[in-house]
Design a protein. Structure first.
Length: 132
C-alpha cells in the first residue's frame, strides 16, 4: 500500500508551524522564505494518480481506480482489480473502463484491530476498542 499525503493539509501544517514559531518571539526572519520554498516543493510533487495511457500497474491487485461511467462526463472513484494477464480492470465482477489508477492508501491504525495487510485476514482481537 502507498502512503497518501494531502498536499493542502501539508501546506497548512507548515504555515501553522511557522506562525506558531514566529508568535513565540523567536527570531523567524527567514521562516516565511523557507515555508514558501517548502510549499513550492510540495506543489511540484507528482499526483498519486497514474493515467492508464502512461502505464498500467506493475502487478495484479486491487487499486483505487477512476472508472468511466456510462455518461462520458462522469467518473467514479472506487477500488478495482487489475488483471495483469488480461490487461483488464474488474469492479464488482464486471469489466470496467479505467482512466487513472493509484495504489491504495495505508489502512488506518486502530488499537485492538489487525488489518488485512498485516495478517491476510481482517479481524478484531478479543479485546474491544472500548476496552483498549
Amino acid at each position: 500500500m502507498a502512503d497518501y499525503i494531502d498536499r493542502q493539509a501539508a501546506i497548512k501544517a507548515i504555515d501553522d508551524y511557522i506562525n506558531d514559531i514566529c508568535s513565540l518571539g523567536v527570531s523567524c526572519w527567514n521562516g516565511p522564505i523557507v515555508a514558501n520554498e517548502i510549499r513550492d516543493i510540495i506543489l511540484e510533487l507528482p499526483s498519486p494518480w497514474v493515467s492508464v495511457e502512461d502505464r498500467p500497474p506493475e502487478k495484479a491487485g486491487v487499486y483505487m481506480a477512476c472508472i468511466a461511467a456510462e455518461d462520458p462526463d462522469v467518473r467514479v472513484v472506487d477500488t478495482a482489480w487489475y488483471d495483469q494477464d488480461r490487461k483488464t480492470w474488474l469492479d464488482a465482477g464486471r469489466y470496467r473502463t479505467v482512466t487513472h489508477w493509484m495504489h491504495q492508501p495505508d489502512m488506518p491504525k486502530m488499537v485492538g484491530v489487525r488489518n488485512a495487510d498485516q495478517s491476510g485476514a481482517s479481524y478484531a482481537d478479543k479485546q474491544t476498542l472500548a476496552e483498549a
